[in-house]
Design a protein around this ligand. Structure first.
Ligand code: XMP
Length: 519
């Protein structure tokens, strides 16, 4: 299959470039800027895109490409497109000059097209593009020519048509560049001449064949199924490939939303006919292990360990009955595996995520069928394989579940109170048709007591906080501006119907500086 490689220079949009290329029907992968040339060669790319990044090319410490990289692409006639830092790097390394500009350009700008060229075909003479740069190209290398400019940047795009090298100062991958997709499409279509073979139907067929071949006729797979999108899609895909030789282990840790365990069982056992669905009620053990624990990281650690303990125990038990369990499946997806330079440099650990990642010393072979897919691709596959919207379109739910939404010590009573309030919130939001518009919405139990009055009686109960956010990828988020009357309806219902809360607060913090979950 034809492939475009994106080389990562630490730009925050690296995954976005790769996703856009896939949306246009061509398979794309990301490689780090310091990856060995032999690895790049093995990928046999039809085109290469150099991403943006925070560096400056004349700073010795900032990443560069080896001379051999340019000899390879030129010798093989592999088209090259540089974006922002990548646009500078090509010029800098092939004999031109870059300089800091006294006016930084950030945000929307008008781009003036200077030439009819393959890269800019289909664009008008003036187009809106999105810029974010301080440096700019001053002098182009030999045989390069400018093909577009802005008011402050005379070489906003260039080409070297003979060698198939192109560069753009702006970001075609972001939606703020409305015609960005045409530019990327021109690159993969008209310049790199890629065949559009990246179709999810083909992927599903091929993946099922690969799983059947890898697992063989007799072996079995176990999978920790949480009911989240990634593990659910992994489950249906594996089930399609090997049927009941797939064993799903669903652990009820007592930290789930109301009726969650029933919903998940209904989908997998009743609707999809999974006969080896193993439900483990481990509420007691989790609550015992969490008793008296208030520290968020300690809660996360205990939950992770308890899960692994239970999972290992169940696996040993199953292995007695089915000695041919040879594989452990995981719902890892592409962004989990390929951290871009920008995210991997992130210094401080804010929260340790618990995502059912199991130890490798289980002596089982790991199988990760979704490991090259993006979330939206995973969702589309799940839909095609018959997963209902209540699984596919659900809001993200953290691995440690309600433990990180029940501040301070966790008790069954607190969790039950929280579950009831959360259930009412969901009911009202769904009734209002707002569920799909929000990234997440949930209730949080605050272990503070305040005074209220109900009828003629004084109450002294806890506080329920409501958190609703809009986001694209959870890296940043803004609080949702929900309608006052809706909030009033929700608040009134929670206070009237849930024993344990007599006050409701609405969280108006954005991320950053806050995070989405409270702990
Ligand atoms: P924060 O709270 O860090 O959350 O702003 C960002 C996103 O990650 C989710 N989240 C988790 N997801 N395991 C997960 O799979 C976890 O341990 C975990 N903790 C937070 C959170 O719900 C939000 O969508």
């Amino acid at each position: 299959m034809d492939k475009i490689i994106v080389i990562d220079f630490g730009g925050q949009y690296c995954h976005l470039i790769s996703r856009r290329i896939r949306e246009l029907g061509v398979y794309s992968e990301i490689l780090p800027h310091d990856c060995k040339l032999s690895i790049l060669k093995k990928k046999n790319p039809k085109g290469i895109i150099l991403s943006g990044g925070p560096g400056s090319v004349y700073n010795n410490r900032d990443p560069k490409l080896h001379d051999k990289f340019y000899s390879y692409v030129q010798f093989q006639n592999i088209p090259l497109l540089g974006i922002c830092y990548g646009h500078h790097l090509i010029v800098h390394q092939l004999g031109g000059t870059i300089e800091p500009h006294n006016r930084k350009e950030y945000g929307k700008t008008i781009l003036y097209k200077l030439e009819e060229t393959p890269l800019l075909k289909g664009l008008h003479d003036e187009e809106v593009v999105w810029m974010s740069h301080g440096d700019q190209v001053k002098k182009l290398p030999k045989a390069f020519r400018p093909i577009a400019e802005t008011n402050t940047c005379p070489i906003a795009a260039y080409e070297n048509e003979e060698q198939y090298i192109y560069g753009v100062q702006f970001h075609p991958e972001v939606t703020n560049t409305p015609k960005g997709n045409i530019i990327l499409s021109n690159f993969i279509d008209k310049i790199a001449k890629c065949k559009k073979e990246w179709r999810l139907e083909n992927w599903i067929q091929k993946s099922i064949g690969d799983i059947q071949e890898q697992v063989g006729q007799k072996n079995r797979i176990i999978l920790g199924l949480s009911g989240g999108v990634d593990s659910s899609v992994t489950a249906v895909l594996l089930h399609e490939a090997i049927g009941d030789r797939l064993h799903c282990i669903f652990v009820n840790n007592g930290l789930l939303r109301k009726n969650e365990e029933k919903k998940v069982q209904k989908v997998f056992k009743d609707k999809l006919g999974f006969s080896n669905f193993h439900y483990i009620d481990a509420e007691k053990l989790f609550l015992e292990n969490l008793k008296g624990i208030e520290d968020p990281e300690e809660k996360r650690r205990i939950i992770g360990h308890t899960f692994i303990e239970i999972f290992e125990q169940k696996t040993i038990e199953l292995e007695h009955s089915y000695p041919n369990i040879e594989f452990l499946a995981q719902g890892t997806i592409y962004p989990d595996r390929v951290e871009t330079s920008a995210t991997s440099k992130a210094s401080a650990k804010i929260k340790s995520h618990h995502n059912l990642t199991l130890p490798n010393d289980m002596k089982l072979q790991i199988i990760e069928p979704l490991k090259n897919l993006y979330k939206d691709e995973v969702r589309r596959i799940g839909r095609k394989l018959g997963l209902p919207s209540i699984i596919i379109d659900r809001h993200p739910f953290p691995g440690p579940g309600l433990a990180v939404r029940c501040i301070g010590e966790i008790t069954k009573q607190r969790l039950d109170t929280l579950r009831e309030a959360d259930y009412i919130l969901m009911e009202e939001i769904k009734k209002e048709g707002l569920y799909d518009e929000l990234w997440q919405i949930f209730c949080v139990f605050l272990p503070l007591k305040t005074v209220g009055v109900m009828g003629d009686y004084r109450t002294y109960q806890n506080i329920c906080a409501i958190r609703a956010v809009e986001s694209r990828d959870a890296m940043t988020a803004s609080f949702a501006r929900l309608d006052w009357e809706l909030l009033e309806r929700i608040g009134t219902r929670i206070i009237n119907e849930v024993d344990g809360f007599n006050r409701v607060l609405y969280d108006i913090s954005n991320k950053p500086p806050s995070t989405i979950e409270f702990e």
